[in-house]
Design a protein around this ligand. Structure first.
Ligand SMILES: [Zn+2]
Ligand SMILES: [Zn+2]
Length: 103
């Protein structure tokens, strides 16, 4: 089991958050709207479509993601891209460390 330590970039008051992958996924599931906002604000096209779908307007971009992609797809994408979203690498934490949750 590997633990990842990082700030959760989607919490309104970021706290350091250490968890195993599954717990990160559960936590990120609560941030669906924030993840959609992140993609809309920071990326020129839909990262979840197999062929990049360019966004013409932010309002339609958010609707596109909301209606065309499952929550699970968003969570997996966010988890795999946490390093990029946060701007630094996630740290692996030795087993036995205290597990902290930001919620
Ligand atoms: Zn969070
Ligand atoms: Zn899409």
């Amino acid at each position: 089991m590997s633990l990842k330590s990082s700030l959760c970039p989607f919490c309104s008051k970021p706290k350091t958050f250490i968890a195993e992958n599954r717990q990160w996924a559960i936590h990120l599931a609560g941030h669906r709207e924030q993840i959609i906002q992140y993609i809309v604000e920071n990326l020129p096209s839909c990262v979840l479509c197999s062929y990049p779908t360019h966004f013409n307007e932010k309002s339609t971009a958010a609707a596109h993601i909301r209606w065309n992609h499952k929550r699970k797809e968003l969570i997996i994408w966010a988890f795999q891209n946490l390093d990029t979203i946060i701007g630094k690498q996630l740290l692996d934490v030795p087993d036995g460390s205290n597990i902290l949750f930001c919620k």
